[in-house]
Ligand binder design. Sequence first.
Ligand code: SF4
Length: 289
Amino acid sequence: MFPDLPLKTNRNDTDMTAWPIPEALSPSSTSTFQNCPLQFRFQNIQNLLQPPSFAAVKGNVVHRALELLFGLEPEQRTEEAALAFAQTARTEFEPTYDITGLNLNEPQLDAFWKDCDSLVKSYLRMEDPKSVNVVDLELWVQAPINDFGLRGYVDRIERDTEGNLIISDYKTGKAPREQDVDAKMQQLHMYAYMLREMRGEAPAKVSLMFVKDGIRHTRAVTEQTMKFVVTKTSALFKTISNACTTGNFPTKKSALCNFCSFKDWCPEFGGNPDDAEVGAAVKYPRPAA
Ligand code: SF4
């Protein structure tokens, strides 16, 4: 569910408080660290087991249906094809732990799949997929910044009618308040930076598509936004490296704690982080492959 970050060892025989420092960050891991450093430690440094997330799995099903749709020639991207691919995505996901690990009963599962279909329909009301000039889908991107790397997957890269590259990212959750949009765009600016470093061509715009609410936000990519990616991620990497070296990953209590898989081992809720490794393995056992 969360791609592992490559880690380099940072422990020695005398200092067992230190954690390995990541060699690369993904846009989503930077946002996890900003939301809560301790959650970042559990999820991205210790790679602890956790159950699938209802919202994330729904997003993955819809992403898969749209990926399949955009694999067709433009004139074939009809509503009928989109809904057929929603069914294909369902067939692919149904037997996996992503779905079985949600522990939904029949009516809940039924509602889950209906919701996925309705998100696909809602996407179709946002734009005509026949008009999208797709360049790449689910593209792996990476680039070095100083002494670390950035990496991740871009949902969709397209060219607009003027020939400019655009990066688009689908979101299936609720659209943020206007004043929070720029913070959400930071991840997309990181993708723009990586794409320019890899291909030598900077995207002109980045675009967030909130398919549930039918809202699209677009921002220009400029030299300033590129520089900001370097400054911001370098500062974050330094803070993360310090946390790994000192072993100090503070908690950051917020509404997001309600969705955190590691609450049982969080000091904010009376838990002990040292118990998390064993506790997560017991609480979230994976079915045999
Ligand atoms: S419960 Fe909240 S404060 Fe504790 S680790 Fe999770 S997100 Fe952080």
